[in-house]
Design a protein around this ligand. Structure first.
Ligand SMILES: Nc1nc2c(ncn2[C@@H]2O[C@H](COP(=O)(O)OP(=O)(O)OP(=O)(O)O)[C@@H](O)[C@H]2O)c(=O)[nH]1
Length: 539
């Protein structure tokens, strides 16, 4: 697995991601809700628009049917007025040209349902329609009706017929006149086909019993549609008029608009694939999505830039920590005046660093100081001597090491007690420090052993003076509580001129000199130049 780049863990990245997420959330929340409202409004507008288109088509069909009815009624009234018998109607029908334009065929039937006249097929065969529902209804109701669609026996075409009863002078029904409308005839269907919605929507008419009266696919005319729940027909027949989307028409979700006709028990419907019907809405959605994406990208960039600016003090703080670790800066860089969280953090760092530095100093002091006398201890001395030698080598000035041991200190301890011995050590250390120069370094190695490193000597002879001065400093008696005690010391001095001596050389030489003094009776000093063959016993 490839490691995740550190960039993704950065605070900057997280804040930017948060800004983007918030913008997205707000964008999707606000934009999505507005879009939903807008889409719902747009749906209503489109639905109402299609319904009004359909209302026009319904009116056209209603008017057409009404005109045809009126025409048939006018002819029947003329026949009634002229008192023509039903078997003499053929010439009259042929005389009315308008009938040819309005109907596919006009026929007349006597009371027994036998065909007695036919506008288009003069020499027609025997037809009886006594059993037809529209025939019986016309005779029963004494008025014209519109039949259910059926296949004409005469023409073989799908037709719908309009009827009108015929009367004799006494007002008795003597037969019916019948106008047939060819459902495939252009004058009827072409008008509806022209009204089709968009490129892939279509208009259809269906009877309340589900028989298809009009459909762009002519083969489906007279077909009885399925009115099962969820079917197009069921949706059409559920209400008189209205629209709904999401209805499935042969598996395709469509916007379905429908309206019941006034003149006949038919419903005219419009099936319009949702994708096409709401295409403007889809483009709005796409643009909204692109807008949201752009907004998010801009917000992300802004978020990134602003976060970068806001986090600059944090980067500076980080740089300070690195600089301090590398020794390039002092902890004072943390002591800033900023009043924000970064200022608080920086000052907290400053306080912490200060306390740490103090603790380190204290630790160093404890580690390099002799607890009893307050002088440097052996550890400090071991580190210091090589540095002093290096300095001397650089400057070319002589350096000397005096090794001191209190004479008969065991006796002092025995007579004054261990605590008294400690007081002697403290006083001895004090006198030593007071005697030497500020450039000299005094340390207690252990017990009653002390050392002094003399630097910046003008000459090797200077040590003679210093040795004598230390011996003299110890001459006055030591006062320990109420007791008075003489304290003497022996001093071995190693001196190094311009030769390159090591710490060990110097220590060895000083030790030899000290041994010499002790052997010679104590209370004196001897000087041993490093590399010399003999020890100079001075006192
Ligand atoms: N009071 C006190 N005594 C100490 C301390 N450390 C060591 N001593 C004692 O110092 C004495 C050192 O004696 P030495 O230096 O060996 O011998 P000396 O009696 O001084 O004899 P010379 O050095 O030969 O003159 C021992 O008795 C130690 O117990 C200390 O911190 N305090």
């Amino acid at each position: 697995m490839r490691p995740i780049p550190g960039f993704f863990y950065s605070f900057k990245f997280k804040i930017s991601a948060l800004v983007i997420a918030l913008v997205l959330f707000a964008g999707i929340g606000a934009g999505g809700v507005s879009l939903l409202i807008a889409e719902s409004e747009l749906r209503q507008v489109i639905g109402r628009q299609e319904l009004s288109l359909l209302t026009g088509a319904a009116a056209f069909i209603d008017n057409d049917l009404q005109d045809k009815h009126e025409l048939l009624k006018a002819i029947s009234e003329e026949i009634d007025a002229r008192g023509l018998p039903v078997d003499q109607l053929q010439p009259l029908l042929e005389a009315h040209e308008t009938l040819r334009d309005a109907f596919f065929n006009v026929t007349a039937f006597d009371l027994a349902g036998n065909l007695v006249a036919s506008l288009r097929n003069r020499q027609t065969r025997q037809i009886n329609i006594a059993e037809r529902e529209y025939f019986r209804d016309t005779l029963k109701l004494h008025e014209g009706v519109i039949s259910a669609p059926f296949k004409s026996t005469l023409s073989g075409q799908p037709v719908v017929v309009l009827t009108q009863p015929l009367h004799d002078a006494d007002g008795k029904v003597i037969g019916i006149i019948l106008g047939a409308i060819d459902l495939l005839r252009p004058s009827f269907s072409a008008q509806l086909d022209a009204l089709r919605a968009g490129a892939d929507g279509y208009l259809f008419i269906v009877t309340s019993k589900g028989v298809m009266v009009h459909h762009p696919d002519k083969a489906r005319i007279l077909e009885t549609s399925d009115d099962a729940p969820g079917s197009l027909l069921e949706a059409v027949l559920r209400n008189d008029e209205g629209w709904e989307d999401g209805v499935l028409d042969e598996g395709v979700p469509v916007l379905l608009v429908h309206k019941r006709l006034r003149e006949v028990d038919w419903v005219i419907g419009l099936s319009y694939p949702v994708r096409s019907a709401f295409s403007s809405m889809l483009s709005v959605r796409l643009r909204a999505l692109m807008g949201a994406a752009m907004l998010t990208a801009i917000a992300g960039l802004f978020g990134w830039a602003i976060t970068k600016g806001l986090l600059r003090p944090l980067r500076r703080l980080h740089r300070h920590v690195e600089d301090i670790s590398a020794g390039r800066a002092d902890i004072a860089v943390f002591d800033v005046a900023r009043r924000d969280e970064f200022g608080h953090l920086s000052r907290a760092f400053y306080g912490l660093s200060q306390r740490r530095a103090e603790a380190e100093q204290e630790l160093h002091r404890l580690a390099t100081t002799d607890v009893l006398t307050g002088l440097n201890n052996r550890r400090m001395f071991d580190a210091f001597l090589p540095q002093a030698l290096a300095r001397a080598a650089r400057s070319g000035q002589p350096v000397a090491l005096a090794m001191l041991d209190i004479d008969q200190f065991k006796d002092i301890n025995d007579t004054l007690g261990h605590a008294g011995g400690d007081q002697v050590l403290i006083e001895f250390a004090r006198r030593l420090t007071a005697t030497v120069r500020t450039t000299d370094t005094v340390a207690r190695l252990a017990g009653d052993e002390f050392v002094i490193v003399f630097e910046q000597l003008s000459s090797t002879l200077e040590m003679d003076v210093l040795g004598k001065r230390i011996i003299d400093a110890m001459q006055p008696p030591f006062f320990i509580s109420t007791l008075q005690r003489e304290v003497r010391a022996s001093i071995g001095i190693a001196i190094c001129g311009n030769s390159m001596a090591t710490s060990e050389d110097l220590m060895r030489a000083a030790d030899q000199a000290l041994y010499g003094v002790k052997a010679a009776g104590r209370n004196g000093y001897a000087i041993n130049p490093v590399g010399a063959e003999r020890i100079v016993r001075v006192r």
